[in-house]
Design a protein around this ligand. Sequence first.
Ligand code: AMP
Length: 275
Amino acid sequence: MKVVHTISDLNNELINYKSKSIGFVPTMGSLHDGHISLVQNALLKAEAVIVSIFVNPTQFNNTKDFNNYPIDYDKDLEKLDKENVDVVFIPKSAAEIYNNEKPIKVDLNGIDEVMEGVHRKGHFDGVVRVLNLLFLLVKPHYAFFGEKDYQQLMVVKSMAKKHFKNIEIIGCPTKRDQNGLAMSSRNLLLKKEDHNRAIKLIKLLEESKLMFQTYDHKSIEDYCMSKLKKFSIPEYFEIREIDCLRKVGGKTTKQRAFVAAKIGDIRLIDNIEIN
Ligand code: AMP
């Protein structure tokens, strides 16, 4: 496994994989089994797998969140080496990535204007900016993203459809711990006593799935928001269509329930398919 920190070293390394299909897994590090499942999907699909680890400052709308983001490159590299990843790109600085940026304007058809787009202003602009640069550098055939960040997955699909037609965006199911809590690098920051409260997020999502058979959308969302208030600082609980993330009244289309809430100081998100 090669580890590179500069664009020129990355380019030199990529020459070795010119005739191979490349699978790309962009991450912010502090890797857990969720990230590793993306890597394993990439290994199955592509001939060479490239992982990036970069805590991208432009996608954080909160400096404290950015400064507290957990980093452990040694542990990450150990995990990736075990999986036989080919190349890991850890840019040595944000400037390494952003210095020669030629920004693109992406119309995301409103996908970026709901939920995370409302509560983390500018977040998706930062995601699109960094992925534009990483896609141009790595030139993958496939790129892998988790359903854990479902709205991000839809943003990336929409971006690729317009600007990176040669990259197939592949969504991978959410990995959960034994209690159902969606794995997240931020779980490391949860206080011990907050862990039990975090588990209630998936329980609530599952409850909403059961309610979906009987109750209307608004009743479910109101009920879940009031229940959320009992153990967290809720941001949203919303039911939306799986592709365009629109809110609809009917139940004939495929839909997902989405939740975002702060447990202690830590902001967590999760979602599941409900029909
Ligand atoms: P992050 O390092 O948080 O930016 O995540 C990098 C990638 O891993 C993103 O595509 C995430 O959606 C994905 N990911 C994060 N957590 C999980 C999880 N629990 N299961 C599956 N994929 C995940």
